[in-house]
Design a protein around this ligand. Structure first.
Ligand code: MV4
Length: 456
């Protein structure tokens, strides 16, 4: 087992990793930017080291600074958390070269699955259900038109280097394809330094359902069931839950076996997530694989009773998975609300100094946060300040617990998304489980008409 782990992240996930290390008897090193000197992850780590200025590019994304911090402190592994460098094949490679264990999949697996066209090809070969689309990148407008004609409109153009929704274009008719194709290429080039795009059949109003898997270095891979993540805005998830009301025990077993086979096919190790779009008939279609621990991992932890972060650490150290597929059972229902420092109506970020912070616990409540009554939310990073996770015997009990927790929460000094969460939790469609990726459109601020229309 590792003696010392460097946590290459901040906020609640850095604390979450520190908790796991403490319980496993592993020393921890916190890295921090100049904006995070007084953060809880720094306070609770055994050692800490400043890695640069507030800007992410100069600190939490700075590979040489993080590797230097690991070498100076003698850390034998790095946990990247989520976001920042968590899916950087480059960091994983540099770690390997420096004999520091990267807590995640092997670099070549991260690289394969990070190329969305290559990932699609590999997953198709492994038997994962796919929407019709191009075999690999599409390199000309003519080729794009040909493929779109074959699969039928609407189609979606996606960046090979993309993911998380950046650089996508929906095309509903051939006359729009040329322009959209060129725009998508240009945007992908600007955003990712790689302009390659691919094409898929576009699915209207799907659910987003994902499977958690975990694999060790001894050929064992298990799935931990699904998470329903359809409640999102601009590709930022707001509420996640497990199980999904759209997944029966039979489908869970069937899709679970599909993702386990697919993970084996690419020799996947550590924790990972297979994302799917699900149509109104319950058909699953592969979207992408995330090669990191995810924000919403606690809902899976709660229904399965498995500590995913501890398992990640044990696996990276070469240990066998501590359970088999037949040991995994699912109990009750878990929901997570991501509390953001933002205006609940306009979604404008609301960083600043907190004056009061209290999220009550009680039966079936877990709060993952690095916030406290005197914390300051810096403007430089993601706006998520806390995850409220609840568990109940069933979905209704989980919803009731979430509502009473958020109703009794006090956060003063900044605006938060708590009032928005309460609106969603009281929505008849949410309560009935009628979810899709378009759910949040009904909660968007009404756009002001443009000047020309106003005067008309
Ligand atoms: C799609 C799609 C419909 N059809 N692909 C958005 C995130 C990126 N990873 C892929 N995304 C989508 N891909 C096809 N063929 C709709 C989306 C999508 C979406 C997916 C999951 C969650 C929220 C979403 C919001 C808008 C669009």
């Amino acid at each position: 087992m590792f003696k010392k782990i460097l946590v290459a992240n901040r906020g609640e996930i850095a604390l979450r990793v520190i908790f796991a290390c403490r319980e496993l008897g592993i020393r921890t090193v916190a890295v921090y930017s100049e904006a995070d000197e007084n953060s809880l992850h720094v306070r609770f780590a055994d050692e800490d080291i400043c890695i640069g200025p507030a800007k992410s590019a100069d600190s939490y994304l700075n590979v040489p600074a993080i590797i230097s911090a690991a070498e100076i402190t003698g850390a034998d592994a790095i946990h990247p958390g989520y976001g920042f460098l968590s899916e950087s094949a480059y960091l994983a490679e540099v770690c390997e070269a420096c004999h520091i264990r990267f807590i995640g999949p092997d670099p070549h697996v991260i690289r394969l699955l990070g190329d969305k066209a290559k990932a699609r090809k590999a997953m198709k070969k492994a038997g994962v259900p796919m929407l019709p689309g191009s075999e690999g990148p599409v390199d000309s407008e003519e080729a794009a038109l040909k493929i779109a004609r074959e699969i039928g409109y609407p189609v979606i153009i996606k960046a090979v280097a993309g993911g998380g929704g950046r650089g996508m274009r929906i095309v509903r008719e051939p006359s729009d394809l040329g322009h959209s194709f060129r725009t998508a290429q240009r945007e992908a080039e600007a955003a990712f330094g790689r302009g390659d795009v691919y094409i898929e059949k576009y699915l209207d109003s799907p659910r987003h359902i994902e499977y958690q898997i975990i694999g060790d270095h001894h050929g064992n891979v298990v799935h931990l069931g699904e998470r329903e993540c359809s409640i999102q805005r601009r590709h930022q998830k707001l509420i996640e839950e497990s199980p999904s009301v759209a997944v029966s025990d039979k489908v869970r077993r069937k899709m679970g076996a599909v993702v386990v086979d697919a993970a084996r096919a690419v020799q996947y190790t550590n924790a990972g997530t297979f994302e799917f779009l699900v149509d109104d008939k319950g058909q699953f279609y592969f979207m992408e694989v995330n090669t990191r621990i995810q924000v919403e991992h606690p809902v899976t932890e709660w229904v399965t009773g498995i500590d995913l972060v501890k398992e990640q650490i044990r696996i990276a150290a070469g240990e066998r998975l501590s359970f088999r597929q037949s040991d995994v059972t699912w109990t009750g229902h878990s929901i997570e609300c991501r509390v953001n420092a933002e205006d609940p109506v306009t979604f404008v970020p609301s960083p600043g100094k907190i004056h009061a912070f209290s999220i009550p616990g009680g039966p079936g409540v877990r709060v993952d946060t690095a916030c406290h009554s005197e914390a300051t939310i810096p403007p430089h990073y993601d706006s998520m300040i806390a995850k409220v996770i609840v568990h109940g015997r069933d979905r209704a009990e989980a919803i009731a617990r979430m509502k009473r927790t958020l109703e009794m929460s006090v956060v003063e000094g900044i605006r938060t998304s708590i009032p928005l969460h309460l609106k969603i939790l009281n929505d008849p469609d949410f309560v009935a489980g009628r979810l899709s990726t378009h759910f949040m459109e009904r909660f968007m601020p009404v756009k002001k008409p443009v000047a020309a229309e106003q005067s008309a």
